[in-house]
Design a protein around this ligand. Structure first.
Ligand code: NI
Length: 484
């Protein structure tokens, strides 16, 4: 049986080692391993709990706003407060700006080169020699849009900085709301940026995704995955302390074994069966889990933990969000949605949907009204939970705070651990993560150019920077593979 190892997989956030076994050019088993240790939660222990939403942003340079949002929500929850309407809306606008940046980054600068042939120069080479199918004129236009997307990403950051102070790590998200006050000038400046970004999404991003989908239509049946979806919901549209039930732009929910259900965060656990951590925390709920690393653990192959929902592997991300929220364009795909192209399509569709909504939200701001609720930490041990949706999927922060106001336990359960955590259980009870499931069964036409594998990985938009929480000094290593 031949083995293909891609280590690291490039054009994703962070470091993934992908290992598959192939028989007659078909993948029969797969292992996705995060190759650096995640130690960020240990850094937070003993620090002033009120700084958490600032510190956790340093987990990642691509998803910091999601961490700021979840971190602040966990503190809101611990203190029993919630932001006033201006604070809620400005948090939504900062997170939404980060979505604009992140989705455009993902499609153009990470995923598109699997389908669009770049010029024969760096940074477009080296590359796997894929089956590039776009006609030359369309391909040339796509390369032009790829370059334009760099400017649009910068503008998305500038747009978010109107409320965030700066990007990628924002200053203004605080417990109880935000520290930035709205005025008419900021509102119209934001709208100007948003108009341009929305036009790019609607006139270039979505048409290009549709063109790629047309020429690569077989990718609507490749990379299916577990077909279970989890969404915490995001962008609250009303006040209310119940994260699960209050009305949000994308509501929370579960799609499990073909059934829609309400989300119950109490059944979320983290497993470490095949992770490089001591087994004593295996199966813990996130509010108590503190891991002990063990790099020599037998049988382990990843630094990621594996979150499970009642023991089930769940896919998170744009496809999960839109499927759970019954987006008509995504539901219209039927079973074709459960695929590589379905994920790209759902991401593009929601970028447009969100840009449109943000134009309404910014006009709901009321200059002169409060942006933050006064607050103080209770003088007893408390647990706060912040559940939101990062651009890559469901993000939860669990924060246990001591009576002296210091962080006792911090645990960020991030989208990529849901999608790309290692398997759990053993023998017949083995549950592989969504990405491993999506890869098994794939036909690899040329094991020396395993482009099929990386196309599947990239469709999930994984972020191993978030999932392992440590950076590497060796970030420019190019893609390598070994065939044996
Ligand atoms: Ni990240």
């Amino acid at each position: 049986m031949a083995k293909i190892i891609v280590d690291p997989v490039t054009r994703i956030e962070g470091h993934l080692k992908l290992e598959v076994e192939v028989e007659n050019n078909v993948v029969v088993d797969a292992w996705t391993g995060g190759t650096l240790w995640r130690g960020f939660e240990l850094i937070l222990q003993g620090r002033d709990a009120r700084d958490a939403q600032q510190l956790v942003q340093r987990i990642c340079g691509v998803c910091p706003v999601s961490h700021a949002t979840a971190g602040a929500m966990a503190l809101d929850d611990a203190m029993g407060i919630e932001p006033p309407p201006n604070g809620r809306i400005i948090r939504n606008l900062i997170l939404g700006s980060n979505y604009m940046h992140s989705h455009i980054l993902h499609f153009f600068h990470l995923a598109a080169l699997d389908y669009v042939k770049g010029p024969d120069i760096a940074p477009f080479k080296p590359r796997y020699e894929a089956d590039y199918r776009l006609p030359a004129d369309i391909n040339a236009q796509a390369v032009d849009i790829y370059l334009e997307a760099l400017t649009i990403r910068r503008k998305a950051h500038e747009m978010g900085a109107i409320w965030g102070g700066r990007l990628p790590h924002v200053q203004s998200i605080v417990p109880g709301g935000v520290s930035e006050v709205p005025d008419t000038s900021k509102i119209y400046k934001f709208l100007n940026y948003l108009e341009e970004i929305q036009a790019f999404i609607d006139n270039k991003y979505i048409p290009l995704v549709k063109t790629v989908a047309e020429y690569y239509s077989d990718w609507f049946s490749i990379g299916t995955g577990c077909q279970n979806f989890l969404c915490y919901g995001s962008f609250p549209l009303e006040e209310g302390r119940d994260h699960v039930k209050k009305k949000k732009f994308w509501d929370s929910g579960i799609y499990l074994r073909g059934q829609y259900r309400e989300l119950d965060p109490a059944v979320i656990t983290e497993e470490v069966t095949y992770s490089w951590y001591e087994d004593d925390t295996d199966g813990n709920t996130p509010d108590v889990a503190v891991v002990t690393p063990n790099a020599k653990k037998k049988g382990a192959y990843s630094w990621l933990k594996s979150p499970r929902y009642n023991g089930e592997a769940m896919e998170v991300g744009p496809l999960a969000r839109q499927w759970v929220n019954k987006n008509p364009d995504v539901l219209a795909l039927g079973d074709k949605a459960f695929s590589v192209m379905g994920r790209h399509f759902a991401r593009a569709v929601e970028a447009s949907q969100l840009a449109k909504a943000m134009k309404e939200w910014v006009l709901q701001l009321e200059p002169g009204q409060p942006v933050c609720t006064p607050h103080e930490l209770p003088k007893k041990e408390v647990v706060g939970v912040g559940l939101c949706e990062g651009s890559r999927g469901a993000l939860g922060h669990w924060h246990r705070i001591s009576a002296d106001g210091r962080t006792k336990v911090y645990n960020a359960v991030v989208p990529t651990t849901w999608n790309s955590g290692p398997r759990t259980g053993s023998g017949a009870a083995t549950v592989r993560g969504p990405m491993e499931q999506a890869i098994i069964g794939t036909r690899v036409a040329d094991p020396a150019n395993p482009v099929e594998l990386v196309r599947i990985v990239r469709s999930f938009d994984p972020c191993y920077g978030c999932a392992i929480h440590v950076m590497t000094p060796n970030g420019k290593t190019l893609s390598q593979f070994v065939v044996s």
